[in-house]
Design a binder for this molecule. Sequence first.
Ligand code: PEP
Ligand code: MN
Length: 287
Amino acid sequence: MLNAKLALATNSEHQTVVKLSPAVAFGGRELVIIGGPCTVESQWQMETVATRLKAAPLQALRGGVYKPRTSPYSFQGLGIEGVEILSQVRSHYQIPVVTEVMSIAQIESIATSVDMLQVGSRNMQNFDLLKALGKVKKPVLLKRGLAATIEEFVMAAEYILSHGNSQVVLCERGIRSFDNYTRNVLDLGAVAALKQLTHLPVIVDPSHAVGKRELVTPLAKAAVAAGADGLIIECHPEPEKSVSDARQALSLEDMVKLVDSLRPLAAVVGREIVGSPNISHLAIAPR
Ligand code: PEP
Ligand code: MN
């Protein structure tokens, strides 16, 4: 494929494992499930998510603090205040956190406070950003561009790898097509292809792919069946009140149910979800 050198699988045995913490790694037998709101809105919101979902169990939390919004008039994220919320939740709940970085200037302040840097779809071919992330010693979650070919996606990963960072996880999040009933079209063929073509872990974001909460669970299951190494899913303590992507946000109860429903399926495809649900953790933090 084109002139990718570092991203391609040279033999079927070699699989890169990307560690988020001593206990959480992408690319092994375990499925990594990341959950949380589209946008970090408040300390209460993130603590509620962590309290309810660490026990689900989720392996990592997500939440955007710099948001790539279609309209410049929409809420753009809490910025550095949001980074502080993520950092507190991460240390208090001992759970890894993932957030999006939109520009080179944001890397330094975010990288020390989180466990994984997300490159959003709209930045998949921001080559200067990719080069800069190649120099960072943090795992990168690279999301597929809205209309990127598989080849362009692999070459974007190659930018990060060739600038020195081998800790890259690919994320299929749906691509644009003619139908607008769903927000995008989840390309599970790409998941299977990327697993064969590259040695990098591949995860799936069914939330942005489908855009409707009632369709997230079936697509999450399909992703696991297709060989995904993990999932990233949007959920919120009060889904209808989400400042962004409300229509696709699961309630925390539905997120717990989703994780549970994946267990038997994971076992069928030789994977597992580490940890058993711990209901003693289910008390919600006061607002
Ligand atoms: C997100 O994860 O909230 C996001 C903006 O995703 P994407 O870049 O895939 O649209
Ligand atoms: Mn979102």
